[in-house]
Design a protein around this ligand. Structure first.
Ligand SMILES: C[S@@+](CC[C@H](N)C(=O)[O-])C[C@H]1O[C@@H](n2cnc3c(N)ncnc32)[C@H](O)[C@@H]1O
Length: 359
């Protein structure tokens, strides 16, 4: 017992300081790798153990609040909160739809590391999952057959994007077609606007009554694509199970579910395809869009990428939107529960409660 003690005692002071310093820098390096994987509760517990970890946790919190989308999108989308002390909302980011049965998708994601690329790489690797149509030999089935995607300079849209001849988006049709996995073009194709993610400046602001909401951080012109409603694609059975659980949690307050049931209609008006997107735990910035009884300033459109079985729910500006204006849309018209959650949309035609329907 006395041997190592006396040995330590004999070490020159500078050597001990050096040892402490290198131990400290090793701790910092390890912490910077591990701490971004923790949830806010775990991060708070870790930060209370020593000064170095407190400082690292603080910088992780700062980076998380400065970009909700972990560099997945073209611009950072920060959180602003002047209501309480919650610096950010915690969730796993996916820029596109993923299958809930995807065993490869991580239940944890690095967020707020000193290298944003670390967060992005981990997410990208697992997040992008496309439902493809393939022939018997496994070859991609040709979709739009467009030869000109990305090749020829066509009439521009004024934003430097080239127009693809097969672009069929001219107004708000029920379903919009885009090039997709079965086309020979790449992501630079002008007919893949909604697949490139958010292209306008946005921010997430906390409201005392509605919780977090998505706001414009620039002037957004009518017709501008805002974002896709990304999250977990659920079976109806799983959607019902989760809805029941979320309803119970929401009654207790402090819980904001983001489960949406989407129905694709035939021209006759009959429902022909139904899918459920849950962005509560895994989603993108669309999970922060609040409801407005008057329809708000966004319109939803189903976009089908060539070769994808499932269309994607995309949100566009239905009018010019001013900087600092909240982005909202209608969650639906059905109110199953007479005493549903109170609505604070503030529109003149407010029903007083949020839409709710049988999942
Ligand atoms: C998709 S989330 C929207 C983001 C949410 N506000 C948050 O803090 O994460 C839907 C939830 O937001 C709240 N919400 C949305 N619109 C609202 C409104 N008009 N009035 C009150 N609460 C609203 C409800 O709790 C709802 O279940």
């Amino acid at each position: 017992m006395s041997q190592p003690e006396s040995k330590k005692f004999c070490e020159p002071i500078y050597q001990r300081d050096h040892q402490t310093l290198s131990n400290n820098s090793l701790l910092i390096q390890c912490a910077d790798l591990v701490l971004p994987w923790l949830n806010p509760k775990e991060l708070a517990a870790t930060s209370s153990t020593c000064k170095s970890l407190r400082q690292i946790s603080k910088s992780i919190t700062l980076r998380r609040s400065s970009d909700s989308c972990r560099a997945f999108e073209s611009f950072p989308i920060p959180f602003h909160n002047s209501v309480d002390h919650q610096p950010y909302a915690f969730f796993i980011y996916t820029p596109s739809l993923i299958s809930s049965s995807s065993s490869q998708f991580p239940r944890r994601q690095s967020w707020g590391s000193s290298s944003a690329e670390d967060d992005k790489w981990v997410g990208r690797r697992f997040a992008i999952e496309t439902v493809r149509l393939v022939d018997e030999s496994g070859e991609r089935v040709s979709g739009c057959g467009c030869q000109k995607c990305g090749e020829e300079e066509e009439e521009g849209d004024g934003f430097g994007n080239r127009r693809c001849p097969c672009l069929r988006f001219d107004g708000f049709e029920d379903v919009v077609s885009e090039c997709g996995p079965s086309c020979c073009c790449g992501f630079e194709c002008p007919n893949r606007v909604t697949q490139r993610g958010v292209s306008v400046r946005l921010k997430i602001v906390k409201d005392e009554r509605k919780g977090w909401g998505l706001y414009a951080d620039q002037l957004i012109p009518e017709g501008q694509f805002i974002c896709e409603y990304a999250g977990e694609l659920l079976t109806t059975k799983e959607a019902r199970r989760r809805q029941q659980m979320y309803d119970e949690l929401a009654l207790g307050g402090h819980f904001s579910p983001a489960l949406l049931v989407v129905r694709e209609h035939l021209p006759s008006g009959n429902s022909c395809l139904r899918f459920n997107i849950d962005a509560t735990v895994i989603g993108n910035v669309a999970r922060f869009i609040n409801h407005s009884c008057d329809g708000g300033n966004l319109t939803t459109t189903l976009v089908r990428s060539s070769g994808s079985l499932i269309p994607r729910l995309c949100l566009y500006a239905s009018e010019d939107i001013k900087k600092d204006e909240e982005l909202t849309f209608s969650y639906g018209g059905i109110r199953l529960h007479s005493k549903g959650l109170q609505c604070f949309c503030g529109s003149s035609c407010c029903f007083g409660s949020l839409p709710s329907e049988q999942t």
